[in-house]
Ligand binder design. Structure first.
Ligand code: C2E
Ligand code: CA
Ligand code: CA
Length: 747
């Protein structure tokens, strides 16, 4: 039997080779088939994986025909279209262009781009959610799938993503942006991190408009805004912000900026803080408040400034002083206030007209400002009254007063040199009152009042002068003021009474009396006239007081004349020349003397207060003299115009001033003077009265010189009416007894 090997051996060698080739081919084929199967298996797996991947993508994926029919779509797209399954969708969609796009022209545009470029990326359209017809926004990207061989377009394939929310948000943002642009002010946002570093996170267009900061300016430049803040407001700006950061409360601040284009604006900034993890975000708004501020400034200008000179007015002055006093006190510094009154301004105004007056005042303001530093205050507080405040004049009184006097001197020089006012040249002067203060003063108007007092002193000293306030004068002034108030009340309540001082003849009889007024003050007791007559004269109350005295005196005289023992007694009443000159004096006295014998009435005028207008005084005196009233010139010899008075005015009597009488014993010169007066009185036919006769030696001298009447403590001080009556009756009664005895003896 032949084994297989034998058979092989038996075969021809060509056949063997053939078999071998076939075998190799078979093996290779098997391997290929195996590989192919493996490959197929793996590509099926890949496809499944891809499909799954696509199916689960959140983006919609599709394939559609060129004429708009959906062929395939993943789940996301099915859902985007409002369907629950692909088959439902595929059966629903027939024409994408017509059914899908809100604006069908969008589909055309999409296709145009696709065919032009082969693909489209992020093409945004508004479409209908196919099933529900709800309008939504999508972005889609797509490509054309072509036949590989012919290159002919076969399908569109692409992806779709819904962006409705994003579009809504963008639209809303745009909407807000438009609104924000309409806001007149500027919105801003900045962040302050925990290390205190600032970053600007947002500025609206309005902010750029308001500030002039260019819109392309990088936000990182935080100083772009702060450098616009006006120099003078920077400190308060910083302080207000710091305070807000500290307290974490809202910010609200007004300040000035100079815009990038150089325009000055007032702005108001408000902001609210919001705490975030790494700091605080401030959301704020800035608005232009220039118009309101300008109005406020204008109103302030009207309320606090003099419209003519533009200087601060009285109110502003008092406000400023009120602010400086505590500062003075705190820093131990002294200030000075100069009260300046223009001399003769009224005359300029009256003669040259108000325009010239105004122009002069404006120049005065300018010159005053030139005398002081910029931070000192110059104010106009009245028609022709100005005030200069030197807020810091020095630490001690000496330095402060030296500085104040220097400035007051400059003021006098400035205001004393010629002014060119319009067409005229005006040479004027001023009176300056200076007061120093140290902040301990209780009231600001007190300081002003003191300076005013000093100014009056300067004016009294002949104008074009300065005077420093003297505290003693202040005390007198305040006492004077209190007394004036009391005096007014006293007139209403009739607290005045007359005392009478007898006048003796050469024989020692009481032939008359001088009425001397006394003020019975409810608290201070009896006040002598020297203490209140000058005040009454200065304040004008003398007229009323004078009338009262006249009425009381004439009433007394009336009583005496009804009494046989007293009917010869004369009465002298002191009359202030001022009230004698007033219009109602003559009618008043004429009315009063109707009921008495006027020849027993003498009116005394004090020589040194005699008015210059002698002609008018003489005329009035003559009118009364015709009725029988006499006139006496009091305090004779003390004034400069004694003789002139006597020559020009129709006096009947002179009263030698008490000071000469006092020295008659000791001074030869006074003796000579008294003798001369008495001789002159005799020549002129005047009665001579000596007052202040206090002792017998004085009386003896006077008698030997030929004096007619005597008055003084030697006989009696001024006493109330009853005491005087008693004295007169007693003294004259004794004479009557002697006379009667003498008569009896001679009979
Ligand atoms: P006067 O008219 O020179 O009055 C004389 C003053 O000398 C009175 O002072 C009187 O009290 C005082 N006196 C009298 N005798 C002596 C004396 O021996 N020695 C001294 N040292 N003084 C004597 P009084 O009453 O205080 O009056 C002062 C001045 O007040 C008066 O001076 C007079 O100018 C004024 N006066 C008084 N009463 C009135 C009045 O009713 N009207 C006005 N206008 N002035 C009056
Ligand atoms: Ca008198
Ligand atoms: Ca007198």
């Amino acid at each position: 039997m032949q084994t297989s090997s034998n058979i092989l051996i038996d075969m021809a060698p060509g056949t063997l080779a053939l078999i071998a080739v076939v075998c190799v081919l078979l093996v290779m084929l098997c391997a290929s088939v195996m590989r192919y199967r493996r490959l197929r298996l793996s590509s099926d797996e890949d496809r499944d994986n891809n499909r799954e991947l696509i199916e689960n993508l959140s983006e919609g994926i599709y394939r559609s025909t060129l004429d708009g029919r959906q062929l395939r779509a993943n789940r996301a797209l099915v859902q985007l279209n409002g369907y629950s399954s692909l088959s439902e969708m595929l059966s629903g969609v027939t024409d994408i262009a017509m059914e899908w796009y809100v604006d069908p022209a969008r589909r055309e545009e999409f296709r145009r781009l696709l065919h032009r470029d082969g693909s489209v990326v992020d093409f945004i359209s508004e479409i209908y959610r196919h099933k529900t017809r709800e309008r939504i926004w999508i972005t889609e990207s797509a490509r054309i799938v072509r036949d590989k061989r012919t290159g002919k377009p076969m399908f569109y394939e692409g992806s779709v993503r819904e962006i409705t929310e994003t579009v809504k948000r963008l639209k809303l943002e745009e909407h807000y942006k438009k609104l924000i642009n309409q806001i007149p002010g500027g919105l801003f946002q900045y962040k302050r991190d925990t290390s205190g570093k600032f970053t600007i996170t947002y500025l609206s267009r309005g902010f750029h408009r308001l500030t002039g900061i260019p819109e392309d300016q990088p936000l990182s430049d935080v100083k772009m805004f702060t450098r616009l803040i006006a120099e003078e407001d920077r400190e308060s700006y910083d302080n207000s912000l710091r305070e807000c950061f500290r307290t974490h409360t809202g910010w609200d601040h007004e300040f000035r900026i100079r815009t990038v284009d150089g325009v000055e604006k007032w702005v108001r900034a408000t902001a609210e803080p919001e705490r975030v993890a790494d700091g605080v975000i401030w959301h704020g708004y800035t608005s232009d408040i220039s118009i309101r501020k300008r109005q406020e400034i204008e109103i302030r200008q009207l309320a606090y400034f003099d419209p003519l000179t533009r200087l601060p007015n009285r109110r502003m002055l008092l406000d400023r002083l009120a602010l400086t006093l505590p500062k003075c006190r705190a820093h131990g510094r002294r200030g000075a206030l100069l009260f300046i009154d223009l001399d003769n301004f009224k005359t300029l105004n009256d003669t040259q007209g108000h325009d010239v007056g105004d122009a002069y005042l404006v120049q005065v303001a300018k010159r005053l400002k030139s005398c002081v530093r910029a931070d000192d205050l110059v104010a106009r507080i009245g028609g022709d009254e100005f005030v200069v405040v030197i807020e810091d004049a020095g630490v001690d009184e000496a330095t402060a007063s030296a500085r104040a006097i220097t400035i007051a001197g400059q003021v006098l020089t400035e205001l004393g040199s010629v002014f060119e006012v319009g067409a005229i040249q005006h040479q004027a002067s001023a009176s300056v009152g200076v007061v120093l203060y140290d902040g301990t003063e209780a009231r600001v108007d007190e300081i002003l009042k003191r300076a005013d007092i000093a100014m009056y002193k300067a004016k009294g000293a002949g104008r074009n002068a300065m005077a420093i306030f003297d505290p003693a004068a202040m005390l007198r002034e305040s006492e004077r003021y209190a007394m004036l108030t009391d005096l007014r009340a006293a007139l209403v309540q009739d607290q005045f009474q007359l005392h009478f001082q007898p006048q003796m003849d050469r024989a020692g009889r009481v032939c008359g009396a001088e009425a001397l007024v006394r003020w019975y003050h409810p608290e201070k007791g009896i006040i002598a006239p020297d203490q209140f007559i000058p005040l009454a004269e200065q304040s004008g109350l003398i007229n009323e007081l004078g009338k009262l005295v006249l009425a009381k005196g004439i009433a007394a005289l009336c009583e005496w004349q009804a009494d046989a023992a007293m009917s010869d007694i004369r009465l002298s009443i002191n009359v202030s020349v001022k009230s004698f000159g007033s219009a109602d004096f003559l009618p008043h006295i004429e009315g009063l003397i109707g009921g008495i014998d006027p020849t027993k009435l003498t009116l005394e005028f004090t020589e040194h207060v005699m008015a210059d207008n002698h002609a008018d005084t003489a005329c009035r005196m003559h009118r009364l003299k015709r009725l029988g009233v006499s006139f006496s010139l009091d305090d004779f010899g003390t004034g400069y115009s004694s003789l002139a008075c006597l020559r020009q005015l129709p006096f009947d009597e002179v009263k030698i001033d008490g000071s000469f009488v006092a020295d008659i014993e000791t001074k030869e010169s006074d003796r000579a003077l008294v003798r001369t007066i008495l001789a002159m009185a005799e020549t002129l036919g005047l009665v001579a009265v000596a007052e202040h006769v206090e002792n017998e030696r004085q009386e003896a001298f006077l008698k030997s010189f030929g004096c007619d009447l005597y008055q003084g403590y030697l006989y009696s001080p001024a006493v109330p009416a009853p005491a005087f009556l008693e004295l007169a009756r007693k003294t004259n009664g004794a004479f009557r007894t002697i006379d009667a005895g003498e008569q009896r003896q001679s009979a």
